[in-house]
Design a protein. Structure first.
Length: 267
């Protein structure tokens, strides 16, 4: 039996209120080997949720971003054989450490090597996005994606773009001659997925996300009726530790137009 969506949402909320919000913009930070930041809040949140999940569901393995590369590899290797939690305890650490209120906790349950449950929680807004495979997506317990707004053309779209991870020629073309109306880059990819699902962004582009960045968000977007592929046109989710690119939109027609434009300007 799958864990209760309501129980997991409450568990994540309580952990974030205890471990993240009191440390917001007032936390010791260090630089990891890949140049990214890690704070006491990342580590405390991962420890808190790992213990809580083990207490409630001891048979489910646990993978957290702040574990070692060796641990990541071993867990992914056996993830098709048993259920696996996949946690990003604090996505948007740079924002968090600087006092920018755009960060989130992301938790997915992988079953048979695919996301079965997904949660992305924004503690600043108290918004918990969630999804269960085949059962739709929710925002704070209410259905997400059931209201269909009129189609948006690429020329009128609001885009979320992470420029620093894009191929150089594509990034340069987007900066010089973008095909959309305006763009944003707020710095927490797990939350970006959900904002596309809720039509706050119309289109999305990211050059390289890790498993814990897209495991929950890709399920939430799909269950809300959205679409995403890599720059090569493949499915984004893969049980792999290598970075994956993301091209996404809430509407299939808009995604096709967006992807065609990108493909034409990759070189």
């Amino acid at each position: 039996m799958l864990p209760s969506t309501e129980a997991l949402s409450q568990l994540i909320r309580e952990a974030a209120r205890t471990e993240l919000l009191p440390r917001f913009a007032d936390v010791h930070r260090e630089t990891k080997h890949d140049g990214s930041l890690v704070t006491a809040a990342d580590l405390a949140m991962q420890r808190r949720l790992r213990e809580a999940l083990a207490g409630g569901w001891p048979d489910i393995e646990f993978l957290g971003e702040e574990m070692s590369a060796q641990e990541h590899a071993a867990l992914v290797q056996t993830a098709t054989q048993r259920d696996l939690w996949c946690l990003d305890p604090l996505d948007g650490t740079t924002n968090f450490a600087a006092g920018v209120p755009y960060f989130a906790v992301s938790l997915a349950l992988l079953r048979d090597g695919k996301p079965e449950l997904g949660f992305v929680y924004d503690p600043v807004r108290d918004e918990c996005f969630s999804a269960r495979r085949g059962d739709g997506a929710q925002l704070n317990g209410k259905p997400l994606g059931t209201h269909e707004s009129p189609g948006v053309t690429l020329a009128h779209a609001v885009a979320a773009i992470d420029f620093k991870r894009l191929p150089g020629p594509l990034g340069a073309r987007l900066a010089a001659d973008p095909p959309y109306a305006s763009q944003r880059n707020f710095g927490a990819s797990t939350l970006d997925w959900c904002w596309v699902a809720d039509r706050r962004f119309h289109i999305y582009l990211h050059g390289g996300q890790r498993l814990w960045d897209y495991a929950a968000g890709s399920l939430i977007l799909a269950e809300a009726g959205g679409f995403a592929v890599t720059l090569q046109g493949e499915a984004v989710f893969a049980l792999d530790l290598a970075p994956r690119s993301v091209v996404a939109a809430r509407d299939a027609a808009l995604l096709n137009v967006w992807l065609r434009w990108i493909t034409a300007h990759m070189r």
